[in-house]
Design a protein around this ligand. Structure first.
Ligand SMILES: [Mn+2]
Length: 440
């Protein structure tokens, strides 16, 4: 064993990101849930955060890495900062260090300093690539940690990490989309990171899913969000536990932090299901199978608590029956699902029910090809830009369609590309399924 190896003892850490403290769960049916369920949902973010802190303490890690978006831009309150502070103090008491950067949701430029952070916490600068040293009690340098915070909601700056070969572990925190095409969120790629063989681990934040992208040095991973907050985030909340050793490649393990998960479940209705009564009996028959599918697919030790968006498909006459009565129909469907799945089951909540949109084949309902082409042209135009402005008017004041976060209006919800595409797709399906209906 040479001198270098003797000095490098193994280090252990926890890597988290995208805590989005302050951001609640987005559930349209929240008010209809029972008292206990509401209480559970209300505390879910806090519970995930507490689990993270408890895990770090129980594992006696050397430090905790937080890769940005600790707070949610639009929802952070003094209580959220207080909650965070309490967590940091618990770690301080156990002599666990914290290294963190600000992301696009909690940029340094408008970080709210309601409290002073305890001495164990290093909040990296937004000015340039910053660095900190982690030493053991004898003062031996064990690790160097690098990171750069966002100053504003966008960080288009060039990536400026310059490092030397060091006699210790090296870790870098980044808040990035890891994609050259989104210049506002630090435009770098996995290939760029591979060019740093001296770095042991790149601890990434921004993408809300746990992704271990590379296990060899330099290891690269997104920890995921600590708690999924809406139906678009269909994975349990998570963080990563890591070990760096001079003798083997980095060890990274996903740690599930929430029991709660969201899922979109498709129920294909046979054509025999002609009305609400028959639907309810059909669901009663399918109930066990559906529940088993939902809970057996859930990761983690406990099956957990499921928030379900039911999507009805299939060639059922119910589809045409509901045509023009969508709002009322949705309410009735919601009640049916609630009765079938939630009575005697306190581990499931119906998020919403999307009524059947009868997928129509060409043979069943031939569509004039010129009309179809025209439809495609209109929809493409919408995705391009001009149509977006029109749609923005139609959809009201709640949504913002801007892709430039510096122009982003704080009080509006950002219409993401995927959501926009989803809405257009559904609109198109609806038009096609209605086409020629009157004549039938
Ligand atoms: Mn982010």
């Amino acid at each position: 064993m040479d001198r270098t190896e003797r000095r490098k003892r193994e280090i252990r850490f926890v890597h988290g990101a995208d805590l989005h403290l302050g951001r609640g769960l987005s559930i349209p049916s929240y008010d209809k849930a029972g008292k206990e369920t509401q209480e559970f949902l209300k505390n879910a973010v806090q519970d995930s955060f507490s689990r993270m802190i408890r895990f770090a303490i129980e594992k006696k890690v050397d430090f905790v890495l937080l890769s940005g978006d600790i707070f949610d831009l639009n929802n952070r309150s003094i209580q959220d900062y207080h909650l965070f502070l309490e967590g940091m103090k618990k770690l301080e008491k156990e002599n666990i260090k914290v290294y963190m950067i600000s992301g696009n949701h909690d940029p340094k430029g408008n970080w709210k300093s309601f409290f002073s952070l305890p001495s164990n916490v290093t909040h990296f600068s937004a000015m340039q690539m910053d660095e900190a040293e982690y030493r053991d009690e004898e003062g031996n340098l064990l690790a160097k940690i690098y990171g750069r915070s966002y100053e504003k909601q966008a960080d288009k700056r060039k990536w400026d990490l310059k490092i030397e070969k060091e006699d210790c572990f090296q870790i870098c925190l980044l808040h990035t989309m890891l994609d050259k095409n989104t210049p506002q969120y630090m435009p770098i790629t996995l290939e760029d990171l591979k060019a740093y063989p001296e770095i042991d681990y790149f601890a990434l934040g921004h993408i809300h899913q746990c992704r271990i992208l590379r296990e060899e040095k330099p290891a690269v991973a997104f920890s995921g969000t600590i708690l999924p907050r809406d139906i678009m985030e269909q994975e349990k909340g998570s963080m990563l536990y890591g070990e760096l050793s001079p003798y083997q490649k980095p060890i990274l393990q996903k740690v599930v932090l929430s029991d709660l998960f969201w899922k979109q479940v498709e129920v294909a209705l046979p054509k025999e299901v002609e009305n609400f009564t028959e639907l309810e009996s059909y669901l009663e028959e399918q109930k066990e199978t559906l529940l088993e599918d939902i809970f057996s697919s859930a990761e983690g030790e406990e099956a957990g608590f499921a928030i379900i968006r039911w999507v009805l498909t299939g060639k059922t006459p119910l589809a045409s029956l509901l045509s023009g009565k969508e709002t009322e129909g949705e309410e009735e469907l919601f009640q049916i699902f609630e009765r079938v799945f939630e009575e005697e089951n306190d581990r499931l909540l119906t998020h919403s029910v999307l009524f059947p949109l009868h997928p129509v084949t060409e043979e069943e309902r031939p569509i004039d090809p010129t009309l179809l082409a025209e439809l495609d042209r209109i929809f493409e135009g919408w995705q391009e830009g001009n149509g977006k402005k029109e749609l923005e008017k139609v959809m009201g004041d709640l949504w913002s369609f801007t892709e430039d976060p510096e122009k982003e209006e704080e009080e509006k919800l950002l219409m993401e590309k995927e959501e926009f595409a989803f809405i257009l797709e559904k609109a198109k399906e609806l038009i096609i399924s209605r086409y020629g209906e009157e004549e039938r």
